[in-house]
Design a protein around this ligand. Structure first.
Ligand SMILES: [Zn+2]
Length: 149
């Protein structure tokens, strides 16, 4: 059995909404995505890499659009992980610009977050309008990550 997980994370890796906002958001997600098998919240002390599972295709540079070498990216990730992902800034090899690992273009989308909502097998897409409502409640713009395992 494979799973599709919809992960919702704030655009800022360090942002964590308040408890009542989180509860309200979860209530609303249950209404928006009634077929979901499970909705879980994860809050960690340091940002985590919120991956897209087998939906990974590639990562490209937001500045010059070059495809980033996967070995280079893995090494940059290992280095950043050692400091608890507190500093995500790296110098990309393509154009030597300083870029946050969070701002690289992941295809499909992925990102970094201390706070995430994970929705297992929602069956349907979360519309932009519904996402806007959740953003309003959570007090942050939200990135949608579709992961497949
Ligand atoms: Zn570049």
């Amino acid at each position: 059995m494979s799973d599709n997980i919809l992960k919702l994370i704030p655009s800022s890796p360090t942002y964590v909404p308040g408890e009542s906002a989180i509860n309200k958001a979860v209530d609303l997600i249950q209404v928006f995505l009634p077929l979901a098998e499970d909705i879980s919240i994860e809050i960690s002390e340091f940002p985590r890499f919120i991956d897209q599972g087998s939906n990974w295709e590639r990562v490209t540079c937001p500045n010059c659009n070059a495809v980033i070498d996967i070995d280079w990216w893995q090494q940059a990730m290992d280095k950043a992980f050692k400091n608890g992902f507190k500093n995500l800034v790296v110098e990309v090899p393509c154009c030597n610009l300083e870029v946050s690992l969070n701002d690289l273009r992941y295809e499909w989308p992925a990102g970094f977050a201390k706070f995430s909502i994970e929705i297992r097998n929602p069956q349907i897409e979360l519309s932009e309008l519904k996402l806007k409502e959740l953003e309003h409640i959570l007090g942050s713009s939200i990135k949608k990550i579709w992961a497949h395992y």
